[in-house]
Design a binder for this molecule. Sequence first.
Ligand code: GUN
Length: 278
Amino acid sequence: MANIIDGKKISQAVKDEVKAKCAELASQGITATLAVILVGEDPASQVYVNNKKKACEYCGIRSLSYELPADTAEDALIELIEELNARSDVNGILVQLPLPDGINEDRVLDTISPDKDVDGFHPVNVGKLSIGKKGFVSCTPAGVIQLLKRSGIEISGKECVVIGRSNIVGKPMSMLLLKENGTVTVAHSRTANLKEVTKRADILVVAIGKPKFIDASYIKDGAVVIDVGIHRGEDGKLCGDVDFDSASQVASYITPVPGGVGPMTIAMLMYNCLSSVI
Ligand code: GUN
């Protein structure tokens, strides 16, 4: 039976470190401010945004909330971002995704100043990551690295397989594992013989977007399995891209859903907000 990587506990530790540093900065008169923009009324996005604001409050980060109607014009959103870019009292800007149909997501994300892009989605930050320069890193993959490091799992020299090539998770994940000296393979929906590829992995990061898709038959004995997926099953319970009951029989370490990668995303957002002022 695999060791369970406790994302709740590790995310709490990260938030407590951020909180301590924020308190230290506050005594020097410095407070980080995050502007959070939500367009429309997607219920899942509302939950995420509320959790982000709560985490800010916990850490001692000021948050400004902009909740705009679903029919907001793209130009009005761009104008708001430009205003926030220009404000010296705003250090981070986050636009919750997905945006309503009709708003060009790329144009919106590209408008956020790279220096305030705490989500790490701006092409400048993505580019910096790919050439090993300092910049904001996408929160979910950054959280995965923290889960591995804080669980004492060595990345250097290991066969790392990432399933999924999204701009937010798969691609930055592969770059971060490479930066940690892993030998990285990115598999995706067109990969031939997926099982052959995943069976090579010492560290398998799954961001495939299909509930319980990866079972024990995809996993090498003793591999570390990180599940980035989150789905609501027919039984109403949350599950990941990995079939936990099956995979945990062969893995050495595994993240549960919920309570694995999920909480790390917000913790790393807090870390990025802190980085925006130091
Ligand atoms: N929607 C789903 N995940 C994210 C995220 O990490 N950041 C933002 N801005 N929107 C999201």
